[in-house]
Ligand binder design. Structure first.
Ligand SMILES: Nc1ncnc2c1ncn2[C@@H]1O[C@H](COP(=O)(O)OP(=O)(O)O)[C@@H](O)[C@H]1O
Ligand code: SF4
Ligand SMILES: [Mg+2]
Length: 337
């Protein structure tokens, strides 16, 4: 894994998410709430991670911010302020102008964003002319520049190729180019390299780090991989069962996790100095489904530090030394074994 040095803390918040709630109403079933009171901020040039196992509510958080939730899902509470606009409340017409202009998203599967029957050049120039007052020729020149920035070789030639003419890694670079071509304030990257091999993943994350630093863009990286989040992000939010259970500087969370779930995720990272290509300790059991949330702390059935109180009472969020944790018995407060 390539370690990208975290940058110093920044203060000019561009995205302020507070108490975000997402609800899904499926006919003849109880309404579920897979995102429950999520709060975090992203500053200009800051790299923020949301990390957690599959099903923890990461993608729904991202889709809520983009106002691209699936049918039957809706934002049920909270705010998400980008600049001076609350993304949870503005009219769809205004949101369409923000989306792809001031906030954009990169998914795991580039083909979900790229049109297979259009050249990449046309797709990028259309994205530019939709959001910026430039003509076709200038937009094409800008598209070539942005393709060069994301590391596409010979962009002036490849701009007229179709998505299927690129490898998986190059296609992902093209999707990143499309997402950043309008210089958004915030780029959301939802598992952007999960489908790629480790070397390609490292190269793309390095390129992304370079680009967001240069353009002073805020990034929200969504991943199941705490190692990736910690190497890329300044700050990390650990998500479980729809809630952020620990947040803080990624180096601190990685070095001394406070929440037992963060510690368990950390233990499940493959050891890079080992020959064994397997997690050293997987977390027993599965995360709960939103309609089967355990009582009290939702992690209690899987937590090796759980006590009676954990099943009875939901822990409240506490803050100490720049870290916020939602646990009755944070690890640093446990007596040494
Ligand atoms: N369209 C949907 N309809 C019903 N449930 C959904 C839908 N999308 C997501 N969910 C449920 O919401 C939870 C969180 O989903 P998601 O945000 O995609 O998780 P993650 O990205 O962390 O893997 C999961 O338990 C999932 O089953
Ligand atoms: S509140 Fe209890 S069950 Fe939940 S993480 Fe903390 S110790 Fe474990
Ligand atoms: Mg997801």
């Amino acid at each position: 894994m390539t370690t990208i040095a975290p940058k110093k803390a920044l203060t000019d918040v561009v995205l302020d998410v507070r108490d975000l709630e997402v609800e899904i109403a499926i006919p003849h079933r109880p309404v579920i709430r897979p995102v429950r009171g999520v709060s975090f901020t992203v500053s200009a040039g800051q790299r923020v991670g949301i990390v957690g196992e599959s099903g923890s509510g990461k993608s729904l958080t991202a889709l809520a911010l983009m106002r691209l939730l699936p049918p039957r899902a809706r934002i049920a509470g909270g705010i998400a302020v980008l600049g001076d606009r609350d993304l949870t409340r503005i009219a769809e017409g205004k949101m369409a102008a923000m989306r792809g202009g001031r906030i954009s998203i990169v998914y795991q599967d580039p083909m979900s964003s790229l049109n297979p029957i259009m050249t990449i050049g046309r797709q990028i120039t259309e994205a530019i002319t939709t959001h910026e007052p430039v003509g076709g020729r200038a937009a094409r020149a800008q598209a070539i520049d942005v393709l060069a920035d994301v590391g596409l070789p010979q962009p002036h030639r490849r701009i007229d190729d179709h998505p299927h003419q690129f490898s998986g890694g190059m296609r992902q670079r093209v999707m990143i180019a499309m997402a950043i071509c309008t210089n958004p304030d915030v780029l959301i990257a939802d598992e952007p390299t999960t489908a790629l091999d480790v070397t390609t993943q490292a190269r793309i994350m390095e390129m992304l780090a370079h680009i967001v630093e240069e353009r002073r863009m805020g990034v929200l990286l969504i991943t199941h991989d705490l190692g990736l989040a910690s190497s890329f992000c300044d700050d990390v939010n650990v998500m479980y069962a729809g809630r952020i259970v620990e947040s803080g500087p990624s180096r601190d969370v990685l070095r001394t996790p406070s929440h037992p779930y963060s510690a368990a995720l950390l233990e499940s990272i493959c050891r890079l100095d080992s020959d064994v290509d397997k997690p050293i300790a997987a977390i027993a059991g599965q995360p709960p489904l939103p309609h089967q949330l355990p009582s009290g702390c939702p992690f209690h059935p899987r937590c090796r530090h759980a006590r009676d109180m954990c099943a009875a009472e939901a822990p409240v969020r506490t803050t100490s030394t720049g870290r916020e944790v939602e646990c009755h018995f944070p690890l640093e407060q446990l007596p040494p074994r």
